[in-house]
Write a protein that binds this ligand. Structure first.
Ligand SMILES: C[S@@+](CC[C@H](N)C(=O)[O-])C[C@H]1O[C@@H](n2cnc3c(N)ncnc32)[C@H](O)[C@@H]1O
Length: 340
């Protein structure tokens, strides 16, 4: 179908897309066109567009195709042998798409990237996700399609969270967990968010408006800066105090609070006894760990027995957050410290 359109250079496309959305000028029933160095946005007919935004023209647009999970493979004209190795899942963080690529498809990475760029609505850049590394769990990514940097705003639980996928840890697979923990916070509680990353637990808890105070701690200065810039947009986030510190040093002098969240799944057990000291009698600890499925039984009791003071802790609940590898899950544990 033919309609009014705005042609802009690719480098300005994201800025213009946001401005069009703010003015309710962007049509969302048809697909945006991406050319060599330009992006063409379909416009609503009656919304005026400033002349310095780009060139207003007429273009033919196609309606959005109906899409479902995993369908991006339909955009690749490959035979069944190649498709068998193609991952079905990918992550979307704001306008960034991340995909893991098996060694057999490394030479096809650009094709995979272009397919995802076309498939995911609003995608700006596609990265080959090479996993998280180092104590600060920073992600290595290689651009395989699209343009721009790795900073974005991710929407989850009615929040916009500032993320830089290379500089600070963030996983879009934890949104439900962030909401579950926020929902468990009782009125007037003080909450520690230890190893907070860019602060999705803290922001979601603050949005719930029941916590009296939230103290968010991470060793990664860039994660703390991102948390502060997300928090600056929300009046309710004034309850969050974000601090760059190592957990070991922080908990030494931390006043015990009614609740702590501690999400450092690969190394958590090393710090769990320290973290337990930051929870007041009668308080609760949300703790995360990667658990091999074969060794899951009895794990909660074993962790509880390692938390000080001895015999004070009991497991309340545990559940799988998501599969972590073919043989292990990321598991959420909730522990309660008995009264003094
Ligand atoms: C898996 S991320 C958790 C992020 C966040 N809780 C979330 O849900 O998105 C782990 C975080 O722990 C931080 N970290 C690792 N070791 C630390 C330590 N000893 N003290 C403080 N933070 C640490 C890393 O910088 C990283 O941001």
């Amino acid at each position: 179908m033919i309609g009014r359109a705005l042609v802009v250079p690719r480098a300005r496309a994201e800025e213009v897309r946001r401005a069009l959305l703010e003015r309710a000028a962007l049509r969302t029933d048809v697909a945006i066109l991406r050319g060599e160095g330009t992006v063409t946005f379909p416009l609503r007919p009656d919304v005026p567009i400033p002349s310095d935004w780009g060139e207003v023209v007429e273009r033919t647009f196609s309606p959005h195709r109906p899409r479902g999970p995993g369908e991006f493979r339909e955009l690749l004209p490959w035979g069944p042998e190649l498709l068998a190795d193609l991952p079905r899942s990918f992550d979307v963080i704001g306008e960034i798409v991340l995909v893991r690529i098996p060694p057999s498809l490394e030479t096809r990475k650009e094709e995979i990237g272009e397919a995802l760029l076309r498939f995911v609505p609003g995608a700006r850049i596609v990265g080959w996700d090479r996993g998280v590394h180092g104590p600060e769990r920073r992600r290595s990514v290689e651009r395989i399609a699209g343009a721009g940097g790795w900073r974005t705003r991710h929407r989850e639980n009615r929040l916009e969270i500032e993320v830089d996928v290379e500089r600070a840890y963030f996983s879009p697979r934890l949104a439900r967990e962030h909401a579950l923990v926020a929902g468990a916070v009782a009125a007037g509680e003080r909450v520690y968010d230890l190893a907070c990353g860019v602060g999705p637990f803290s922001l979601t808890i603050a949005q719930g408006a029941r916590a009296r105070e939230i103290v968010a701690v991470d060793a990664n200065e860039e994660a703390i800066a991102l948390l502060r810039s997300s928090a600056a947009r929300y009046p309710f986030a004034s309850r969050i105090r974000a601090e760059r510190a190592r957990i070991e040093a922080f908990v030494e002098s931390a006043e015990p609070f009614e609740r702590a969240v501690f999400n450092l799944p690969r190394e958590g057990i090393k710090y769990a006894p320290l973290v337990a000291r930051a929870v007041a009698p009668g308080g609760r600890l949300h703790y995360y760990e990667v658990v091999p499925r074969a060794g899951a039984s009895g794990r909660a009791e074993l962790i509880a027995s390692a938390l000080p003071p001895r015999s004070a802790w009991r497991p309340v609940e545990s559940h799988s957050v998501h599969p972590y590898s073919p043989s292990a899950d990321l598991v959420a544990f909730l522990f309660e410290r008995g009264p003094a």
